[in-house]
Design a protein around this ligand. Structure first.
Ligand SMILES: Cc1ncc(COP(=O)(O)O)c(C=O)c1O
Length: 447
């Protein structure tokens, strides 16, 4: 009997059938639907692990898409959040902690002079784009293929690489992520392939004078962790300066994770505006928009509207204060990156022993795994990797007690609480999952 045979999802399956009657797809966010008989309902999480309602335990590398940077139910952050609860919630007035947290952000991320808060990454990027438009008086903007900036209409334009022929010299079509996005908005969004300097210069030459902003995730946290080269981001900075376009570095996933100062500090590029969210408060809902003083002061009565009933809720802001203190004052980030490196080495050995071609990208704290010799440096090249191998392996990993995203475009996330036992459980499972995947693919090829 394999470990996989032991997973029982009876209760999750029954919950799914009940939930379906009241919740579309039986879930609260469409990405949580993993199929009628594979959708999991969580009972609790602690450290680097979660347990479903059937009692199956998993080492988790999704971490809620990144927020649980210290691990689930971290006692230090939760104690701070409880103190925040005693403050009373929201008042449609400010509290002192907003400044304390803004000071911490400004200290950790050079160039982030002023700060405003939101509740989610989507809200923060939406506010950042509005701020850029208000500051420049322009409407259009530039996105990088494979980037993701949340679920607001302006951000939901993507290169249709799935229906595009790899290697073709035609650009992929630009499509919306979803129905319900007004097609009239499409003309405002320009897209460029990551790391293609020539294409970047061309698009600035053609549209630079009408663009308010360029949005970039230098580690594409929703596209395998594809990395922007430092030269590419430096060129983006230079072109933005030349054409009066504001550079927005979206650090919703990378901020307070890949380094105290985010990916921008590793690249040595200071954007005009930056957005942060996931790792800010270990999962409590809070996000930040930060940036250059003159730009940020465009928020105000006669400038860009910004606000919201739940902004800087007393629980979330207290959790952020403690989470950022830990990330700033301890070795948490270095330790979780070391774990990520050790995990990659372990996976590499298993794959090398079987002569399976692979590569990693991203950062040790959030890495993508590819079945291709060279990791892609733009979304179009993802298509050349063997993502069928990844997708099949991911399903086996779930059965074996390891949670990774079923889609190879989501990186694996590390947290401070991942420990030796998580590591050895993961590597044991990867070894079995790889063998099962090879077997499945051989069987499929024969039939
Ligand atoms: C880079 C980036 N920006 C924005 C968002 C949207 O954040 P949220 O899901 O909190 O709205 C995400 C979410 O994954 C993201 O990765």
């Amino acid at each position: 009997m394999t470990l996989a045979d032991q997973r029982n999802l009876t209760k999750s399956n029954a919950q799914f059938q009940r939930a379906l009657k009241r919740l579309p797809l039986g879930v609260a966010s469409s990405f949580r639907y993993w199929g009628d008989d594979r959708t999991i309902y969580v009972a609790r999480g602690k450290g680097g692990r979660i347990w479903d309602i059937d009692g199956n335990g998993y080492v988790d590398y999704r971490l809620g898409y990144g927020p649980a940077i210290l691990g689930y139910a971290d006692a230090r952050v939760d104690a701070a959040a409880r103190k925040g609860m005693e403050v009373g919630g929201v008042f449609a007035l400010s509290t002192e902690r907003e400044l304390t947290v803004a000071d911490r952000i400004a200290k950790m991320v050079p160039g982030m002079d002023l700060v405003r808060y939101s509740n989610s990454g989507t809200e923060a990027v939406m506010a950042a784009l509005r701020l850029a438009r208000a500051h420049t008086g322009r409407d259009s903007y530039l996105l990088v293929e494979g980037g993701y900036h949340g679920l607001f209409d302006a951000a939901m334009w993507m290169a249709d690489v799935e229906d595009w022929e790899a290697g073709s010299n035609r650009d992929p079509d630009i499509i919306s992520y979803s129905k319900g996005i007004p097609q009239t908005l499409k003309s405002l969004a320009h897209l460029v392939p990551m790391n293609n300097m020539q294409r970047l210069e061309d698009v600035f030459r053609r549209y630079g004078n009408t663009m308010a902003a360029m949005l970039i995730e230098p580690i594409q946290g929703n596209c395998c962790g594809i990395l922007a080269t430092p030269e590419y981001v430096r060129l983006a900075r230079k072109l933005c300066d030349e054409y009066g376009v504001l550079l927005i570095i979206d650090e919703v996933k990378t901020g307070f994770r890949v380094a105290r100062g985010g990916i921008q500090s590793l690249l040595g590029v200071i954007p005009d505006i930056s957005t942060f969210a996931k790792a800010m408060a270990n999962g409590y809902p809070i996000a930040a928009i930060a940036g250059r003083e003159d730009v940020m002061r465009t928020f105000g009565y006669n400038g860009a509207a910004h606000g919201g009933t739940y902004t800087a809720h007393s629980v979330s802001i207290a959790a952020a204060e403690e989470c950022l203190r830990i990330l700033d004052e301890t070795d948490a980030l270095a330790n979780l990156a070391t774990y990520g490196k050790t995990l990659q080495n372990g996976i590499a050995k298993i794959l090398d022993d079987r002569n399976i071609v692979h590569s990693f990208t991203g950062h040790d704290s959030m890495f993508g795994l590819f079945f291709a010799e060279k990791a892609p440096d733009n979304y179009r090249d993802w298509k050349k990797s063997d993502y069928t191998f990844y997708d099949t392996m991911a399903h086996h990993l779930h059965d074996l007690g390891i949670i990774v995203e079923p889609d190879s475009r989501e990186p694996w996330f590390m947290c401070e609480a991942h420990d030796q036992s998580c590591l050895s459980d993961t590597l044991k499972a990867v070894e079995i999952a790889v063998d099962q995947t090879q077997q499945d693919l051989e069987d499929a090829a024969r039939s």
